[in-house]
Design a protein around this ligand. Structure first.
Ligand code: AMP
Length: 135
């Protein structure tokens, strides 16, 4: 599986890399929601949460915490959204897993709140039953 992110890992195309260790690479998003928007990717590619190595996926989030703290310390963020888009239905465009660390400032409206569906008590019970059976 080769995507544009493989080329970044292999230094075949430029990127503004802010952090690297043996498992992950973190670099600035080329089309940032806010200044400091960072992507964290596994060096050994997997597509998304559904085929992820859970240890590496967890490590991506540990590094996300490190980057969130750095963004806050530098004044690039007052808050952050951590987001992974998993699958086309969820808006994933690059099929090499990546964790977005999205800096936020009060009132910036950069990242809109989701819409909601209406649920009945029966809906909640049906959903809980299906989910707990699958877990
Ligand atoms: P997603 O919709 O979660 O798959 O997001 C893909 C993200 O990758 C987008 O935010 C893009 O701006 C970002 N992106 C795509 N190509 C590059 C690149 N060459 N360097 C940095 N970020 C990129």
């Amino acid at each position: 599986m080769e995507t544009i992110f493989t080329k970044i890992i292999n230094r075949e195309i430029p990127a503004h890399i802010v952090y690297e260790d043996e498992l992950v690479l973190a670099f600035l998003d080329i089309s940032p929601v806010n200044h400091g928007h960072t992507l964290i990717i596994p060096k050994e590619p997997f597509v998304n949460i559904f085929d992820a190595d859970p240890e590496i996926f967890a490590h991506m989030h540990k590094v996300g915490q490190k980057i969130a703290n750095a963004l806050k310390a530098t004044g690039l963020a007052d808050g952050v959204n951590l987001v992974t888009n998993n699958g086309e239905a969820a808006g994933q465009e690059v099929f090499h897993s990546h964790l977005h660390v999205i800096p936020r400032h009060s009132g910036d409206k950069a990242f809109q709140k989701p819409t909601h569906v209406t649920v009945t008590p029966e809906d909640l019970v049906r959903t809980k039953t299906a989910l707990t059976a699958a877990l």
